[in-house]
Write a protein that binds this ligand. Structure first.
Ligand code: AMP
Length: 423
């Protein structure tokens, strides 16, 4: 058979076991974030292009090279969101920040699109679980974000995660730093890779996270941002470290973390996990106090983070965490038409009390039903036939131990089922 189309390059299908594991990851993230007071939000996947040009910065790689941009039927320039924060900020500004009680804590789980070279952990469609705190002018916001991220990583049992922090300064102190950085790199221009030569004009900060060996050597001797911070930024950077120490959270200071988006100011951070020899950022974030004004709104203090869900899934796989998915508690097999009806009824009863129960939908033989029950990992099985229906009793078989417990399938079925499966 010839399929009419294939999956688009850089996009993924998530099915079955992986889908279950995905759902589990999202539930864990959402549950933990709820405990910190974050409320779920959703914004459209499509926005006017200028939102991202203004927020991410028109010198950024994302805007320059990676956005999916097209004209709609009315000729307006529209883009698929390359990240979640800009849309959330746009929504908050549109609603009016004064209509919210501060601090405003929002969470979202959204698809993002970047036309990057696909590779492991880098896709053209990926999902971000993001958290944003609006209206907090001090490092308590960054600390809260780092704490919730730590808790999520520990809930997911992802080990060997390194937290790195930096401050990229506010617009005042950063300017002086960038001037000096530019001078330094200009003296080493001939040694930089082609892409960094380009960045030298557009945004020299980005040279700091270049992965080319020749550039890394030059970057290692480059001026360090923390030597240029103004009093307020230095104070904040010292404060966050104190807060992390107070919360017994280990971290490293890495002066090369600059993040890929122009809107960051002050403290930035990344959680890295070593996957197959490469340190991949599974979560990144920081403060972005100027974004609201950049988008034409009032000053809004803001900080946020984003987990890449695909990278979290990779980290889980890499950690050999054997997530089994949601396995059925029971499969109720049947031998003929009337017992099939009965098995459906019993499943209805159990599903009502939140038990995951399955029965035959395909009119299969008993042998095939048992094979299926095994395949889907049902913990218990009941086989219904004439005898069981007449007597009102059936054997509940524990598929792991082979132990059988007779239970009533007429009166008090759910009670007897719960009793027999208590352990
Ligand atoms: P960023 O918006 O670039 O700070 O990214 C936030 C998080 O999203 C990163 O830490 C990654 O975990 C994830 N991420 C960014 N780009 C991609 C991509 N192309 N594919 C998969 N995950 C990504």
């Amino acid at each position: 058979m010839n399929l009419i189309s294939n999956r688009i390059r850089g996009m993924q299908d998530i099915l079955l076991h992986e889908g279950e594991s995905w759902l589990n990851v999202c539930r864990i993230m959402e549950k933990r974030a709820s405990l910190y007071g974050f409320k779920f939000s959703r914004t459209p996947a499509l926005e006017y292009t200028n939102l991202f040009e203004r927020s991410s910065g028109d010198s950024s790689d994302i805007v320059n090279k990676e956005m999916y941009t097209f004209k709609d039927k009315s000729g307006r320039s529209i883009s698929l969101r390359p990240e979640g924060t800009a849309g959330i900020m746009r929504a908050v500004l549109e609603e009016g920040i004064s209509n919210f009680t501060l601090p405003l804590k929002l969470m979202y789980n959204c698809s993002c699109y970047r036309y990057e070279k696909p590779q492991s952990g880098r896709y053209r469609e990926f999902f971000q679980f993001g958290l944003e705190i609006f209206g907090c002018d001090n490092v308590s916001a960054e600390a809260e974000l780092i704490k919730v991220a730590k808790d999520i990583l520990s809930d997911l049992e992802i080990k060997n995660v390194i937290l790195q922090i930096n401050s990229i300064g506010c617009k005042n102190c950063r300017k002086n730093y960038i001037d000096n950085l530019k001078k330094y790199f200009e003296n080493h221009k001939s040694e930089l890779c082609k892409s960094c030569m380009d960045k030298l004009e557009r945004n020299p900060l980005r040279i700091l996270d270049c992965k080319e060996k020749s550039c890394i050597e030059i970057v290692n001797k480059a001026p360090i941002i923390t030597d240029y911070l103004c009093e307020k930024c230095s104070q904040n950077f010292a404060e966050i470290q104190k807060k992390l120490d107070f919360n017994e959270i280990k971290y490293e200071v890495n002066s090369k973390i600059v993040r890929g988006l122009d809107y960051y100011t002050g403290i930035v951070f990344e959680f890295l996990n070593n996957i197959d020899g490469t340190n991949l950022a599974i979560c990144g974030g920081g403060r972005y106090d100027d974004l609201a004004e950049t988008l034409g709104g009032p000053k809004i203090f803001a900080a946020g983070l984003g987990f890449g869900i695909e990278r979290v899934m990779l980290a889980i796989k890499h950690n050999n965490s054997d997530f089994k998915g949601n396995l059925p508690q029971i499969y109720i097999a049947s031998t003929d038409e009337s017992s099939k009806h009965f098995s459906e009824k019993l499943c209805n009863i159990l599903r009502k009390i939140n038990v995951y129960a399955e029965y035959d939908l395909l009119n299969r033989s008993l042998k095939s039903q048992m094979k299926f029950a095994n395949k889907i990992g049902a913990k218990y099985v009941i086989v219904l036939g004439d005898d069981e229906i007449k007597s009102g009793k059936a054997n509940l078989r524990n598929m792991e131990t082979g132990e059988e417990t007779p239970i009533s399938i007429l009166q008090d079925f759910e009670k007897e089922f719960l009793n027999a499966t208590k352990n």
